[in-house]
Write a protein that binds this ligand. Sequence first.
Ligand SMILES: NC(=O)c1ccc[n+]([C@@H]2O[C@H](COP(=O)([O-])OP(=O)(O)OC[C@H]3O[C@@H](n4cnc5c(N)ncnc54)[C@H](O)[C@@H]3O)[C@@H](O)[C@H]2O)c1
Length: 196
Amino acid sequence: MVLYSTTAAWSPITSHNMHVLVTGAAGLIGGRIMVALLQQGHRVTATDINPIPAATEGQIQGYVDNLVFVAGDLTDFKLVDRLFESGTIDGVAHIGGIRSPLGLDPRFVHNLNVTASYNVLQTAAAKGVTRIVQASSCNALGLSWTQPEHWQLDFVPINETHPMRPVSVPTVWDALTSRKTPIVCQSCKSIRQHSR
Ligand SMILES: NC(=O)c1ccc[n+]([C@@H]2O[C@H](COP(=O)([O-])OP(=O)(O)OC[C@H]3O[C@@H](n4cnc5c(N)ncnc54)[C@H](O)[C@@H]3O)[C@@H](O)[C@H]2O)c1
């Protein structure tokens, strides 16, 4: 998980009534983040290319007044503009994308994940959003989708300071988005990077 905030030391969101954009809200991690934020009293704009699954719907029924769901594709930057058009987004949890590249054309995975992340992060920075959480992955270090005998770890336990090593084609996008995010956020000077 890579965190970005305006403060030198990351502090958890403790105030209520924040408005958080959650991408990938129909997915495993995004869905849980959406539910947790609603349970803590925050407002959520949730988005996904797929509908919220029935199991998650049951958990958000009591919070519909604090939730807006926008269906769409994050590679469409006009859709991404719409997600921010309220002008009230305080923070972004960018979780949407393709988790497993298995069985998919790696060029499709690359185009989708890298473009979607760029669209969300660049738009957030342009809109002055100063708190961003982006899901990274051990894929960026070349761990998943690679046989253990090909792992090259400089140290264990690993953390986010470990050099990225996308040794197989489908892992490249994770490294690319992880590298690109700080560059995008540097364009918004108030955002600093923290890794957890
Ligand atoms: N699940 C894990 O154990 C795990 C571990 C490490 C990192 N991650 C990372 O966390 C992120 C999310 O993982 P997850 O397990 O929640 O995956 P998931 O597949 O459950 O959820 C991803 C969501 O993104 C949505 N999505 C895909 N393409 C989209 C697009 N073009 N526009 C809008 N929405 C789109 C999907 O519909 C899906 O609901 C991934 O980047 C993954 O690499 C996951």
